[in-house]
Design a protein around this ligand. Structure first.
Ligand code: NAG
Ligand code: NAG
Ligand code: NAG
Length: 265
């Protein structure tokens, strides 16, 4: 009688374990380490938004899309990027031949001029200090200066050659990448402005206190950090594995226990 009761209890336990074990094992198998979602690429963002075919072509032909992606993979201290993306209508509004006259290097500079070397969420647009530094480099007179003025309702962008407006609601706002639509192709002074005469030092000019620009220091594009990133993500993946192994092995133990119980009966 007692042994029958024991057997019945064992059967009940076994039945319970048998029904629970596949559940636990299924979970272990289908739940890999929680990897952070990869940041969206500029290409993915603009493709999804539509109407940016021409700018996307330029981003790709100049390899700037790749450059942006690599740069965002780098250390967070890089500070992020803001892209001002002109839609196709902005390109069609350009006089014929505006872009054809550019060399490959100049096309790269043009595209880089649309990428500000800092992540600027909408709330920060009103407090930027001009000129903004872009990936095109030198913000000096006659080079690649870009000014932004915002007053809550409107955001204006000026290159000295064109005045454009920014759609203040970003197309995309990530921690390190913010993308806005800009109404016009931002033609930089260095490529489209009138030649700037060499500054003849007048008495008035020399009196004007010239603030030393920190821009001059960091002219080199700061994008080559891909190597560090690869290691980091490999480490992240490696870090995820032990958890999976543990889950799998506890699963094996549970199944072994079930088998042992059956055997005992
Ligand atoms: C932007 O430009 C328009 C037209 O020039 C002007 O009316 C508006 O006040 C400007 N907004 C800012 C914030 O400068
Ligand atoms: C941009 O802003 C700077 C600093 O306020 C000013 O000196 C410069 O003339 C402006 N350039 C343009 C194109 O608006
Ligand atoms: C841009 O705006 C400024 C200030 O509103 C104006 O002085 C300048 O002529 C404009 N430039 C162009 C190319 O429209």
């Amino acid at each position: 009688m007692a042994s029958r009761l024991a057997a019945a209890l064992l059967l009940a336990v076994v039945a319970l374990l048998t029904s629970v074990a596949p559940l636990a094992c299924g979970q272990a198998a289908s739940a890999p380490s929680p990897a952070p979602a990869p940041p969206k690429t500029i290409t993915a963002i603009l493709s999804k938004a539509g109407q940016f075919t021409k700018f996307l072509q330029l981003l790709q032909s100049t390899r700037e899309a790749e450059q942006i992606t690599n740069q965002l993979k780098g250390k967070p201290s890089n500070g992020g990027l803001t892209v001002f993306a002109p839609p196709d209508s902005a390109f069609s509004a350009l006089p014929a031949g505006t872009l054809n006259s550019l060399s490959d290097q100049q096309k790269t500079s043009l595209v880089q001029f649309h990428v500000v070397s800092a992540a600027l969420p909408a709330a920060q647009l009103e407090t930027v200090s001009n000129p903004l530094r872009t990936q095109a480099g030198d913000t000096g007179r006659g080079k690649y200066p870009l000014n932004l003025t915002a007053d809550g309702s409107s955001v204006n962008v000026s290159t000295g050659v064109v005045n454009a407006t920014l759609d203040a609601t970003p197309l995309y706002a990530g921690d390190r990448l913010v993308v806005y639509q800009v109404s016009k192709v931002l033609l930089p002074w260095a490529l489209y402005g009138p030649p700037v005469p060499a500054p003849a030092p007048s008495p008035a000019e020399s009196k004007k206190k010239k603030k030393a620009t920190p821009d001059a220091v960091a002219d080199a594009p700061a994008a080559e950090t891909a190597a560090g990133t690869t290691t980091a993500s490999a480490a992240a993946r490696a870090g995820g594995t032990p958890a999976g192994v543990r889950a799998a092995s506890s699963c094996v133990v549970a199944l072994a226990a079930v088998a042992a119980l059956w055997w005992a009966i």
